[in-house]
Design a protein. Structure first.
Length: 133
């Protein structure tokens, strides 16, 4: 109701943690979309260069890789609210828009890191002969 006055009182630790944790699910959904796009991109780039029956990415490797990837991504996500709590301890007047920038900056960086195998595949398969199927 009085959102214009929300900046007058700094958020509590519970509010800060809640803000970040509410965005963990969209963060994981965006990473999943980036991971699927990366996988499909690798298949699209490498597929024409591979003989029939050969996989660009081993399916069992994905079975083991994807859960570990999301575990590591979420472990790296957790310090976001810890850092904000520490910064607010020393700098009382931190504007709340900085957390949105930090969130979206982290999402973009995570998506770039997720797409890194695609860019490696592009660099590897450029100039390789296409094998007729």
């Amino acid at each position: 109701m009085f959102e214009a006055f929300s900046e007058l009182k700094p958020p509590s630790a519970v509010q800060i943690i809640g803000w970040w944790e509410l965005r963990r699910v969209p963060y994981n959904a965006i990473l999943l979309a980036a991971l699927v796009a990366t996988y499909l991109g690798i298949l699209g780039v490498a597929g024409p260069h591979l003989p029939a029956g050969q996989d660009a990415i081993e399916p069992m490797a994905l079975f083991f890789f994807i859960p570990r990837y999301f575990l590591i991504a979420n472990v790296c996500y957790t310090p976001s609210w810890i850092i904000e709590l520490v910064v607010r301890q020393f700098h009382f007047d931190v504007p709340s828009y900085l957390r949105r920038w930090a969130f979206w900056g982290g999402v973009v960086l995570s998506c770039l890191l997720t797409s890194y195998p695609f860019w490696l595949a592009c660099a590897h398969w450029i100039g390789q002969p296409i094998i007729p199927q």
